[in-house]
Design a binder for this molecule. Structure first.
Ligand SMILES: Nc1ncnc2c1ncn2[C@@H]1O[C@H](COP(=O)(O)OP(=O)(O)OP(=O)(O)O)[C@@H](O)[C@H]1O
Ligand SMILES: [Mg+2]
Length: 206
């Protein structure tokens, strides 16, 4: 079983969007996948409530229960665990980071996001788990994403070679209780999620 923690101390960077879409991709590739929703806002759980399919399973929980849930999931044959975390909750993010094989830090290519990313990077370093940033909601034109990538690398964090663009499909699919692979399988967003998923599999040897 492999565990991926999605953390970012800044709100709205795309943690839940990435968690749900990666989980759908993993499930579709035949890996039994569980999402652990540690955000008291329970967005991932809410998504599952609007979903027709049962898989991937979403478990709403607290960080203090994490090790117990991970052990139970493994006993039940889960192959991939994706932990969606809350912003502004360092203890919960650190617990998740420590329990994970790989940390993903989604970041929008904006100045406020870049300034805020250092807290998440510090948490990742403290956990000693490998961490990678993923640029999310990148605009189709302009130099902003490249500049953001350089700024993140300059503070010592690796950046995923695959970016997620600013795309309506990411918004509409989640409203419909789906991932972009289900909502618009031949769209650009689906292509990006497929690529990110394959890349994450390689990074986490899963
Ligand atoms: N690549 C994208 N393109 C377009 N919209 C996006 C993209 N990624 C995320 N969004 C939208 O941005 C908003 C915030 O995304 P999301 O909820 O995934 O962030 P979050 O980091 O989980 O937020 P929070 O910190 O509140 O938990 C949502 O409305 C989502 O639909
Ligand atoms: Mg969220």
């Amino acid at each position: 079983m492999k565990t991926i923690a999605i953390i970012s101390q800044k709100g709205g960077t795309g943690k839940t969007t990435l968690a749900l879409n990666l989980a759908v991709a993993a499930e579709r590739s035949g890996q039994s996948t569980v999402i652990i929703d540690l955000d008291p806002q329970a967005s991932a759980k809410g998504w599952h409530d609007h979903r027709q399919a049962e898989a991937p399973v979403v478990i709403s929980s607290q960080a203090s229960q994490l090790s117990k849930i991970l052990a139970t999931a493994e006993t039940h044959g889960a192959k991939i665990i994706i932990i969606d975390t809350a912003p502004h909750s360092e203890t919960s993010a650190l617990t998740s980071a420590r329990a994970a094989d790989l940390i993903l830090i989604p970041c929008r290519p904006g100045i406020f996001d870049l300034r805020a990313i250092t807290t998440s990077v510090d948490l990742a370093k403290l956990s000693k788990t490998p961490a990678v940033a993923i640029l999310n909601a990148a605009p189709p034109r302009g130099t902003l994403p490249d500049e953001a990538e350089q700024a993140i690398q300059a503070i010592g964090l690796e950046v995923s070679p695959i970016r997620l663009g600013q795309r309506a499909a990411f918004v509409h699919s989640l409203t419909a209780g789906q991932g972009v692979l289900e909502y618009e399988p031949s769209g650009k967003a689906a292509e990006e999620i497929n690529d990110v998923y394959l890349w994450v599999r390689k990074q986490a040897s899963m």
